[in-house]
Design a protein around this ligand. Structure first.
Ligand code: UDX
Length: 429
């Protein structure tokens, strides 16, 4: 690839911004387009609308090669490769809503220098074939198509993009596969080329298997509670087998985020559309729902009733190191607690209130200490490292009842009990 390949990126969400910034970092000239005027205004003025380590600096140092716009024509002007990074939310039927993908595809007739369209958005298997047909019908038969799914995790997306375990490129012709491979020159990781459908499936299968590991260890944790074993030791021993690996074996209150819940539902729906019911994935999803119901039930058992109880939720984002509230377990817990008549208060260092539905029903506090004051129970929902530094002895002394549910096994049971807490965690005796 000659330096300065011109790339248009549609969508300035987590994936679009990281993709755009990293492609500019690799030396390409990138225009990122979004439909949200406020987002584009922020980006143009040098602000980054999301929190992602390293992203702001990367955008700033590549500003010669990286621009942001609302205008489709400006985006496509001279573009040789179009990256589709728009969101594909679940529709009412459970299938992914691809309307934003289609709206990009419909605009491509205006791109006179176009060589390839690359879809990074997570889409059902078979989407590439439909896009291919639409391109052909629009007189764009000469334009290549590639699926290039994203495997980055939030909070380390820039790092994951530049140093991935693998880059998956699904293309049905060699020229497109070569073009997209070359475009990744400078990325430190192996490139695997396959057909479009397999690449689409690889993304869904990867996320489903990661979610499976978590649900599996969560079920083992439940059994540990019933048998007196300690799931932390069990997970450590299991993970040391290199065939299994220690990643994604941390028990907790369940998985959330922008990918696992949406992608596992989409894969289940995709299967059922083919007439096959995915047995394991259904159980994985059910265990994840159960995990949150069990947490509420255990708290209820401890307090007698949740009606009138004051409960503090510590950590609201779906995991630490992000401001993202999408499908966060905290939202499910808050909803159930409120339905049971509890008063809910919360603390989080980074969650973006505008996107967080529970903020409208709960009181947000500036510190964990202030959130637990006068509370009957606290639930540690997100394992923010700050929660390790809290003066828990003092926190216990200001609670009405020092009941503590450590939903991430972040703290030491012996220490917390010695401070006077009734301490409950996941799968530890
Ligand atoms: C995930 C995948 O890791 C990534 O490859 C994909 O592209 C998008 O989905 P992300 O959603 O950013 O990334 O978060 P991740 O760090 O994978 O965590 C997902 C959820 O699982 C979080 O709610 C987290 O708390 C939970 N989790 C993770 C556990 O409960 N236990 C674990 O051991 C690991």
């Amino acid at each position: 690839v000659r330096p300065g390949l011109r790339i248009a990126v549609f969508g300035a969400g987590y994936i679009g911004l990281v993709t755009g910034a990293c492609l500019a970092e690799l030396g390409h000239r990138v225009v990122v387009r979004d439909i949200d005027p406020e987002k584009v205004r922020l980006l143009r003025s040098g602000d980054v609308p999301i929190y992602e380590p390293g992203l702001g600096d990367m955008i700033a140092r590549n500003k010669e090669r990286l621009t942001f716009t609302l205008d489709v024509q400006e985006t496509l002007n001279g573009a040789e490769v179009v990256y589709v990074c728009v969101d594909t939310p679940p529709s009412a039927s459970g299938d992914a809503d691809l309307s934003r993908v289609w709206s990009v595809v419909r605009s491509l007739e205006a791109a006179s220098h176009l060589r390839a369209v690359v879809v990074k958005s997570t889409v059902p298997v078979g989407t590439g074939a439909r896009v291919r047909a639409a391109l052909d019908a629009a007189g764009l038969g000469h334009v290549g198509y590639a699926a290039n799914p994203e495997f980055t995790a939030e909070g380390r997306a820039v790092e994951d993009f530049l140093h991935p375990d693998r880059v998956v490129i699904g293309a049905d012709d060699d020229a497109t596969a070569a073009l997209i491979s070359e475009l990744h020159t400078g990325v430190d990781g192996p490139v695997v080329v396959m057909d479009v459908r397999s690449a689409e499936m690889a993304k869904l299968a990867s996320n489903a298997l990661l979610a499976t590991k978590i649900s599996f260890i969560n079920e083992i944790a439940t059994l540990c509670e019933k048998t007196g074993a300690d799931v932390e030791d069990v997970a450590r021993a299991v993970g040391m087998d290199h065939r299994l690996g220690h990643h994604f074996l941390r028990p907790g209150i369940g998985w959330g985020g922008s990918c696992f819940p949406k992608d596992s539902e989409a894969l289940r729906q995709l299967a059922s559309n083919t007439g096959y019911h995915l047995q394991m994935l259904s159980a994985v999803i059910e265990v994840n729902n159960l995990q949150k119901r069990r947490a509420i039930q255990r708290l209820k058992d401890e307090l007698g009733t949740l009606a009138g109880a004051r409960v503090a939720l510590l950590g609201m984002t779906f995991k630490p190191g992000t401001d993202d509230m999408r499908e966060a377990p905290s939202t499910v817990l808050a909803g159930r607690l409120l339905a049971e008549g509890a008063e809910v208060r919360c603390w989080d260092p980074m969650a973006r209130p505008a996107e967080a539905e529970p903020w409208t029903w709960t009181t947000r506090h500036e510190s964990p200490r202030s959130a637990v004051e006068g509370a009957d129970a606290a639930i540690l929902v997100t394992d923010w490292p700050q929660l390790k530094e809290v003066d828990w002895a003092q926190a216990a002394s200001v609670m009405r009842r020092p009941v503590f549910f450590d939903g991430r096994n972040l703290l030491d049971p012996a220490v917390m009990r010695s401070l006077g807490f009734t301490y409950i965690s996941v799968g530890r005796p």
